[in-house]
Write a protein that binds this ligand. Structure first.
Ligand code: SAM
Length: 280
């Protein structure tokens, strides 16, 4: 097992490549041999929502769900997005909190921060701030956040208990979270590679481990309101770099045959879940 800093460095390099090279299809981390945008819509955004955003924010979306939907964001809220990427959820949340609210994104990848700033400016939003940092050690004041969002990021952390503890630390008492993320049940050892780590697979933990981690950090009222279990075709979209699967960009280490084997082995074992809950 590599040192956590080495894992973060590799992940960050992978996402820098993902936004710095053109993507042939829709751009979501699940995009693949399916018409552009179909899986982004499957993630739960809906075409109308996406149409109101700068195209760059949509094309560089790497999420696996829509943590903003039904998250109960209120006008005036202070919202934090862990691993905000190019900013799709920042922008959606910023519209909902209004000018009296504020949305903060934290990401460790400079190329992502630049894109998020540019996308917020393109959308004319002045209540969005992005900060460079790691989600295991957030550059955020304690007990200052009404709602924490995150989309397809915590699976990438080599130190998930630290992330869950930080989530608890930054929330106000009664503050809530809405997290979309990948979970995996009984991953075969053969898929635990660096390539599949940046692709949001190899670092994924099971639903039970995720819930236990949140609970151990002191978070309560835990629920899983949304669940999408991936089939082999959807996994191919997630993993096939030749089809524009940006999560694993720069990772052309799988032959077509290996890719088929991996997708078959993982079908039904990998899912996108949304976790919600609150700080007491
Ligand atoms: C799969 S992308 C998701 C981006 C965004 N949430 C979205 O839905 O488009 C993962 C993002 O998390 C960031 N990231 C991954 N691990 C991180 C960590 N430990 N600390 C901070 N950022 C991290 C990456 O730089 C990347 O921007």
């Amino acid at each position: 097992m590599n040192h956590p800093d080495t894992i973060r460095k590799n992940v960050s390099a992978s996402y820098t490549r993902a936004v710095e090279q053109p993507q042939p299809t829709g751009g979501c981390c699940c995009s693949g041999p399916i018409a552009p945008g179909v899986l982004t819509a499957l993630a739960g955004y809906g075409y109308e929502t996406l149409a109101g955003l700068p195209p760059d924010a949509v094309q560089n979306s790497f999420g696996c769900g829509n943590p903003v939907a039904l998250s109960g964001i209120r006008r005036g809220d202070t919202v934090l997005d862990l691993g905000s990427g190019a900013g799709i959820d920042l922008l959606l949340a910023a519209k909902l909190v209004g000018p009296e609210g504020k949305v903060i994104g934290v990401d460790m990848t400079e190329a992502m921060l630049e894109r998020a700033r540019a996308n917020a400016a393109a959308a004319g939003l002045t209540n969005v701030e992005v900060r460079r940092g790691i989600i295991e050690d957030l550059p955020i004041e304690p007990s200052s956040i009404d709602l924490v969002l995150s989309n397809c990021v915590i699976n990438l952390s080599p130190e998930k208990p630290r992330v869950f503890a930080e989530l608890h630390r930054v929330l106000k008492p009664g503050g809530r979270f809405s997290i979309s993320d990948i979970v995996a049940e009984s991953l075969p050892e053969t898929v635990k590679t660096e390539l599949l780590y940046s692709a949001c697979i190899a670092g994924a933990i099971s639903e039970a481990e995720y819930l236990a981690g949140l609970r151990e950090a002191g978070l309560v009222d835990l629920e899983v309101p949304n669940r999408l279990v991936y089939d082999a075709l959807q996994l191919r979209g997630l993993l096939d770099p030749s089809a524009g699967a940006a999560c694993c960009s720069g990772s052309s280490g799988l032959t077509a045959l290996q890719l088929e084997d991996v997708c078959t082995a993982l079908a039904g074992k990998v899912a996108s879940l949304r976790f919600v809950g609150r700080k007491r």
